[in-house]
Design a protein around this ligand. Structure first.
Ligand SMILES: *Cc1c(COP(=O)(O)O)cnc(C)c1O
Length: 855
C-alpha cells in the first residue's frame, strides 16, 4: 500500500482558494488525461448492476475484465499501450464522455422518493451492517445477510432514498472454499488489497485521511475510513489495519466471523461506536439509524451518548430522544443465534464506550442488554440491546415476524404474544443485480427500461403479454449458458486439483443444455438440510438417470470452518457427484459466491430449498430466480411461506419431519415437476410450465424485490421514525425529557397500580364495563385502562377497547372509575380489564412495557 506521503492527487476540480478536491488518491498509476473521467465510473459500484460501460472496460483489458469484473482493477492493470491507444482513439474518448455524462445525469435525475415525498426532507438514514455483498469486486460478506445489505444500498440508490451506510473493511473477509476429490473442504483467506478494491480513502476538508479513535484498555485504536460509492448511496468502511495501532489490534478487522468472541466483540464495538463516530467525522447527520441485525446495536448506544453530550441531557433522556429514530431489523429465528458476550469480557472493553463522559456508568450498558437488567451474571445480548434501544423492531418475513414475537415475548412479561411489538418487512432482492442480460432484454421489451425504479404497478400486466415462445426461449438459452459456465468452472476446479487432461475432457461433457436443471446452493448449515435431497441416493440417481426425461443438478455451498457436520455434508455431495452413474448429471461447484450465484439463478429451471421450518428467517436466493423465469420448490419457510401459491411453484407440505419432507420432495419431483417440464405442445413448448413461469415472474418478482422492500422501509419505518425523532428533539429535547420523567415515574410507582372491583352490565348489544382502578401516586393521564379479549379462534387481532377515566373514587388520591361499552356477541367472560402505560408520543409496549391485569 502506498504510504500517505506518496499518495497521488487528481488534477481535477481545484476550487479557488481551498484545497483541491481529491478523487483518486489511491490510483497507483497515471492515466492519459482523456481517460481520467473513467475513474469516476470505475469507483461507482453501480457497475455491479448497470452494464452501460461494460464495453469500455472490455476494450481496455478484456482479460482483467473477464476475470475480475472490477473496472477499478482494469484501470490499474490495463497495459500502458492499450491506455495510450484508447486515449488517442476519438471514438473511444467520445464513448467515455458519453458514458460519464449519462452516469452523472442518472445520479441527478429525480427518483421515486423525491417525487413521492417532496416535502420529506429526510436526512440520510444511517445504515449499519456487519457485512455487505455488493459484488465480487468488494468481497465483504459471508452470505445472505451481506447480500441483503448490498441489495438494500443498491435499491436505496435506485429509489433516491437518502442513505449512508457503515461497515468494516476486512483484510481477508470470509473464507474462500477449495474442495478436494475426497470432498474435504479447505479454507483460503486471500488478502483484500485496498489498492485493488473500488474504494477510496475518506478525506477531510483539508485532504487529510479521516480517522476515528476508540479508547481500548491501555491504548488507542485508530480506525481509517474508506469510502465506497454505490450510485447515490455512500458506504463508509472502518479499517483497523493502520500502522499507528498496536500490532495485535491491526488484525481486528481481518476476518469476518472467523476469530473468537473477543475479536467479535471488538468488531462490533468498532462497527457500532466507531461507525457512529465515522458518520459524524464524515459530516453525516442522521435522524434515522437502521441496525441490520443485532451486531450493530452499539451504534444506538454511541448515538445516545453523543446526543446526551450535545444537549446536556442524561443518557436516559438521550435514549428517549434517539430511540424514536432507531430501527432494528432482526434476522435470527432462534435464540441461540443471538450474539451474547459474557459480562467480564464486556467490562474489559467498557472504556471504549466512554459512558462516564455522559454521566452514566458502564453498568448502564450491561443493563440495557439483559433480559433481566438486575441479573449481574446475565450476558450482554445484542438482540436485547437492539430491542431496548430501538422504538421499531421488525423481522424479515411474515412468518419470521411471528417467530420473533414468540422469541422476544419474555422481554414483555405478561403481554400477549400478539402484542409483542415486532412487525415484519419482508426482504427482497435487487433485481437488476440478479437478472441475466437475456432476462433484462425480455423485461425491457415488456415493461420498459425504468421498470425497477418506480412503484412496479404495471409489471404484472406487461409480463402477461409476453408470448409463451419468448418465455421458453429465455429458459432454453439461459440453461445453455449455465451449462457452459458449469463446464468451465468444473474444468478449472479439476485442473487446480491436478487431475490432468482426461478430467478436463470429462468436464467438457457434463450436463445437457436441454435437460431439466435443478439448482441447490446455500450455506451448508444443518438447519438448511443440504442433504435432504440426498437422503436416498439411489432414488436421486434414478431420477437423474432416466434417458427419456433426464434431470440434472448443480450444487454449491460452503460450510463454516468450525462446522464439522456442515463439512461432512459438503463431502457427501462431492462424493455423490463423482459416482460413475451420475457424474454427467450432478456437478458440485466449489466456492459459492455472488458471481456463481448470479450464474446459477439465471440458468436453473427449478431452485430447491429445504430449510427446517421456522429456521429460515427469510431466505433470498429463491427470489433471485424469479426474474429469470426459474421456479421454486421449497419448504414453506421464510419468504416462501407467504409467496407460495399452487400456480407459482411447489411447496413441501408443512409439519413433516425430515423423512416425510424427503419423501415429499422426491414425490413432487417425480410426479409433478419432471412430467410438467417434459409435457411439450406441438410447438415444442411445455405449456403448463410456461404458464407457471409467467405467474411466478409477473406476480412474485415485483413483490420480492428490494425496490418493494426499500419503499416499505422508507414509508412505513424511516419517515415515521424521523418525524417522531424530530418531535422528541424539538425545543431542547423537551418531549424526550418529559418522556424520561414519565417513564421513571412508572418504573418507581407501577407497583401501586391495582385493578379493584369490576362491574359488568350486559344486554343484547354487548357489555358495559366499570372498573375501579387505583394508581397510587401515578397520575391517571400516565396510564390507560382497557377492556381486552384474546383473538377469536382463527383471528389474529385481540380486542382492545380504551376505557374512559371518570369519577374519582372516594378516599383515594389517584383512584378513578373507568368505563367502556363493548359492542359484541362474545360472552362477558371473554373480556378482562388491564392497565397499561399511556402517552401519546410513546410506543407502548416497545418503550414502556408495564402492565397490570384484572385478577
Ligand atoms: C443470495 C445469496 C445467499 C443467501 O441465500 P439464502 O437463500 O438465504 O440461502 C447466500 N450466498 C450468496 C452468495 C448469495 O448470493
Amino acid at each position: 500500500m502506498a504510504p500517505r506521503s506518496e499518495a497521488r492527487t487528481a488534477p481535477s476540480g481545484s476550487s479557488a482558494g481551498g484545497p483541491a478536491r481529491r478523487t483518486q488518491l489511491f490510483l497507483a498509476r497515471g492515466l492519459p488525461a482523456a481517460l481520467e473521467p473513467l475513474t469516476e465510473l470505475a469507483l461507482d459500484l453501480r457497475w455491479t448492476w448497470s452494464h452501460a460501460s461494460d464495453a469500455l472496460w472490455r476494450a481496455l483489458d478484456a482479460d482483467a475484465w473477464e476475470r475480475s469484473a472490477n473496472p477499478w482493477l482494469v484501470l490499474q492493470d490495463a497495459p500502458a499501450e492499450r491506455l495510450e491507444a484508447a486515449a488517442s482513439d476519438a471514438a473511444f474518448v467520445s464513448a467515455v464522455q458519453r458514458a460519464v455524462a449519462q452516469h452523472r445525469a442518472r445520479l441527478c435525475a429525480p427518483a421515486w422518493f423525491e417525487v413521492a415525498h417532496p416535502q420529506a426532507a429526510l436526512a440520510p438514514v444511517a445504515y449499519f451492517s456487519m457485512e455487505y455483498g455488493l459484488g465480487e469486486g468488494l468481497p465483504l460478506y459471508a452470505g445472505g445477510l451481506g447480500v441483503l445489505a448490498g441489495d438494500h444500498l443498491k435499491a436505496a440508490s435506485d429509489l433516491g432514498v437518502p442513505l449512508a451506510a457503515v461497515g468494516l473493511l476486512y483484510q481477508e473477509g470470509y473464507f474462500r472454499q477449495q474442495v478436494e476429490a475426497s470432498g474435504e473442504q479447505h479454507e483460503r483467506y486471500p488478502y483484500n488489497d485496498p489498492l485493488s478494491l473500488p474504494i477510496q480513502p475518506a478525506l477531510d476538508a483539508g485532504g487529510g485521511w479521516l480517522h476515528v479513535q476508540l479508547a481500548l484498555p491501555g491504548r488507542p485504536l485508530w480506525l481509517r475510513l474508506w469510502r465506497a460509492q454505490v450510485g447515490r448511496t455512500t458506504l463508509l468502511l472502518l479499517d483497523a489495519n493502520d500502522a499507528l495501532n498496536a500490532p495485535a489490534d491491526r488484525g481486528i478487522t481481518a476476518k469476518l466471523y472467523g476469530d473468537g468472541s473477543e475479536v467479535r466483540l471488538l468488531q462490533e464495538i468498532v462497527l457500532g461506536v466507531g461507525g457512529w463516530r465515522a458518520l459524524e467525522a464524515a459530516g453525516v447527520t442522521s435522524e434515522v439509524c437502521h441496525l441490520n441485525e443485532g451486531h450493530a446495536a452499539f451504534a444506538a448506544v454511541e448515538r445516545a451518548r453523543r446526543f446526551a453530550l450535545a444537549h446536556g441531557a442524561t443518557l436516559g433522556e438521550a435514549l428517549w430522544a434517539t430511540r424514536a429514530g432507531n430501527v432494528f431489523t432482526t434476522h435470527t429465528p432462534v435464540a441461540a443465534g443471538f450474539d451474547r458476550f459474557p459480562p467480564e469480557l464486556v467490562r474489559r472493553y467498557l472504556p471504549a464506550f466512554e459512558l462516564e463522559a455522559a454521566g452514566a456508568t458502564g453498568e448502564a450498558l450491561l443493563r440495557l442488554g439483559r433480559r433481566d437488567p438486575g441479573d449481574a451474571r446475565e450476558p450482554l445480548n445484542m438482540a436485547v440491546l437492539g430491542l431496548r434501544t430501538c422504538a421499531r423492531t421488525n423481522g424479515v418475513s411474515r412468518l419470521h415476524g411471528e417467530v420473533s414475537r414468540e422469541l422476544f415475548q419474555e422481554l414483555f412479561p405478561r403481554w400477549p404474544r400478539t402484542e409483542v411489538p415486532i412487525g415484519h418487512v419482508t426482504n427482497g432482492v435487487h433485481v437488476p443485480s440478479w437478472d441475466s442480460h437475456l432476462a433484462d432484454r425480455l423485461w425491457t421489451d415488456a415493461c420498459g427500461k425504468a421498470r425497477w425504479l418506480g412503484t412496479l404497478s404495471n409489471l404484472e400486466e406487461g409480463l402477461c403479454a409476453v408470448p409463451d415462445a419468448a418465455l421458453w426461449e429465455l429458459r432454453t438459452v439461459s440453461r445453455g449458458d449455465l451449462v457452459r459456465y458449469a463446464r468451465f468452472r468444473l474444468e478449472q476446479q479439476l485442473g487446480q486439483r491436478g487431475e490432468g487432461p482426461a478430467a478436463a475432457a470429462q468436464a467438457a461433457a457434463v450436463l445437457d443444455p436441454t435437460a431439466l436443471t435443478l439448482g441447490f446452493a446455500r450455506r451448508f448449515a444443518e438447519y438448511k438440510r443440504p442433504n435432504l435431497l440426498l437422503s436416498d441416493p439411489a432414488r436421486l440417481a434414478a431420477l437423474l438417470g432416466r434417458a427419456d426425461r433426464p434431470v440434472q443438478l448443480v450444487v454449491a455451498g460452503k460450510a463454516h470452518p468450525a462446522d464439522e457436520l456442515g463439512k461432512r455434508l459438503v463431502a457427501e455431495w462431492v462424493r455423490f457427484s463423482h459416482r460413475a452413474d451420475v457424474r454427467a448429471r450432478a456437478v458440485f461447484l466449489e466456492d459459492y459466491d455472488v458471481a456463481l450465484a448470479q450464474r446459477l439463478v439465471a440458468g436453473v429451471d427449478v431452485w430447491i430449498n429445504t430449510p427446517r421450518r421456522p429456521w429460515e428467517a427469510c431466505g433470498t436466493s429463491g427470489m433471485k430466480v424469479l426474474v429469470n423465469g426459474g421456479l421454486n420448490l421449497s419448504a414453506l419457510d421464510g419468504w416462501w411461506a407467504e409467496a407460495w401459491t399452487p400456480e407459482t411453484g411447489w411447496a413441501l407440505p408443512p409439519g413433516g419431519d425430515d423423512a416425510a419432507d424427503a419423501a415429499a420432495l422426491y414425490r413432487l419431483l417425480e410426479e409433478e415437476v419432471v412430467p410438467m417440464f417434459y409435457r411439450r405442445g406441438p410447438d415444442g413448448v411445455p405449456g403448463a410450465w410456461v404458464t407457471r413461469m409467467r405467474a411466478s415472474m409477473a406476480r412474485l418478482a415485483p413483490r420480492f424485490s428490494a425496490n418493494r422492500m426499500v419503499r416499505d422501509y422508507a414509508e412505513r419505518v424511516y419517515l415515521p421514525a424521523a418525524a417522531s425523532f424530530r418531535r422528541r428533539c424539538a425545543d431542547g429535547a423537551r418531549l424526550a425529557r418529559e418522556l424520561a420523567r414519565w417513564a421513571a415515574e412508572l418504573d418507581a410507582r407501577w407497583r401501586e397500580v391495582r385493578i379493584g372491583p369490576v362491574r359488568v352490565r350486559s344486554d343484547e348489544h354487548g357489555h358495559g364495563f366499570e372498573a375501579q382502578v387505583e394508581c397510587g401516586e401515578v397520575p391517571c393521564e400516565a396510564i390507560r385502562a382497557e377492556v381486552y379479549a384474546d383473538p377469536e379462534p382463527g383471528g389474529a387481532e385481540p380486542v382492545r377497547v380504551a376505557m374512559t377515566c371518570g369519577a374519582a373514587l372516594a378516599g383515594s388520591a389517584e383512584g378513578h372509575l373507568w368505563t367502556a361499552r363493548v359492542a359484541t356477541r362474545r360472552p362477558a367472560a371473554d373480556f378482562t380489564i388491564r392497565v397499561v402505560p399511556s402517552h401519546p408520543e410513546a410506543a407502548v409496549p416497545a418503550e414502556a412495557w408495564h402492565i397490570a391485569w384484572q385478577r
